[in-house]
Unconditional design. Structure first.
Length: 287
């Protein structure tokens, strides 16, 4: 239903239909056949630039925290980019001298990533793993210092189970960085667009939108999973806290640079953080 469509005169009880929302995802999503389109639509856009800018600020804090550990001082960190796609962020980490294992279910995505990594002269810092993230333990000899698990959970049939499995691959004192498609942001977007019938149906995945995530992830489930796995949450950031809710990007008095600056200003403040279309959370495993 289009955002501009008139809202029907109905009342939805906040304790009725919204509580019944469920999304059934039967299998993990593989981007073979869509890798080029995915790369262009995700990374080559304003949305992608905002995401990269905001999350990289957190990554800098993560790397600083890891560098303060005596065992990591002046050392090359071991990094797992789980479901890493084109490895945009992990390439920036590799450029700082750290070693990255890039894992992805899509052979096409891995091929694109390998070419981009080669173009950036970073191949010697990478190993490539063609595997579901759930099977990553079969490919790692020892736990790693840092795991990036970004924009993957919403494409999986069992996202929390996958996150729990990855938590086991972080060494004591290591950090996991998780970015997920926010259920609350998805709900809010549908509310302000007047898609109440879609909400009442449980916001099922619309198959005609091939690059729309299969489901929103409830933040409390992610936080609980991390804590139960023995992690201490260090920080949370809302990714695109208002950009995606702007009704008409051709109206108003602003520049894109101002949007990015305002996103950076609001992204770690409530209530904006919890309304981000994505949420980035990073947590450290108990030593």
């Amino acid at each position: 239903m289009a955002c501009c469509e008139r809202i029907r005169a109905r009342v939805i009880s906040p304790t009725d239909n919204v509580q019944r929302m469920k999304t059934t995802v039967k299998q993990d999503r593989n981007f073979d056949g869509l890798a080029h389109k995915f790369a262009a639509s995700i990374y080559g856009t304003a949305k992608g630039e905002i995401r990269q800018t905001v999350v990289w600020q957190d990554i800098e804090q993560i790397l600083l925290a890891l560098s303060k550990q005596p065992s990591n001082a002046a050392a090359e960190l071991s990094v797992l980019d789980a479901g890493g796609g084109l490895a945009q962020l992990s390439q920036k980490i590799a450029a700082l001298g750290h070693n990255v294992s890039l894992c992805d279910l899509s052979s096409e995505m891995l091929s694109l990533a390998k070419q981009d990594i080669s173009d950036n002269q970073l191949l010697k810092k990478y190993q490539f793993i063609h595997s579901p993230v759930q099977n990553i333990a079969e490919h790692l000899q020892v736990p790693v210092d840092l795991i990036l698990f970004h924009a993957v959970m919403e494409w999986l049939a069992e996202p929390i189970q996958a996150l729990s499995t990855l938590c086991e691959q972080v060494k004591p004192g290591g950090i996991i960085s998780v970015m997920f498609y926010n259920y609350n942001g998805l709900l809010f977007k549908n509310l302000i667009c007047g898609n109440l019938n879609h909400i009442e149906k449980g916001m099922p995945h619309r198959k005609r939108f091939k690059l729309q995530p299969q489901q929103g992830i409830k933040p409390e489930l992610v936080y609980s999973c991390l804590e139960q796995a023995g992690f201490n949450i260090l920080g949370k950031t809302g990714v695109r806290t208002f950009h995606d809710y702007m009704q008409n990007h051709d109206m108003g008095d602003f520049s894109f640079e101002q949007i990015v600056a305002m996103e950076q200003k609001l992204c770690r403040q409530e209530p904006f953080l919890s309304l981000g279309r994505y949420i980035h959370v990073y947590a450290q495993k108990s030593a």
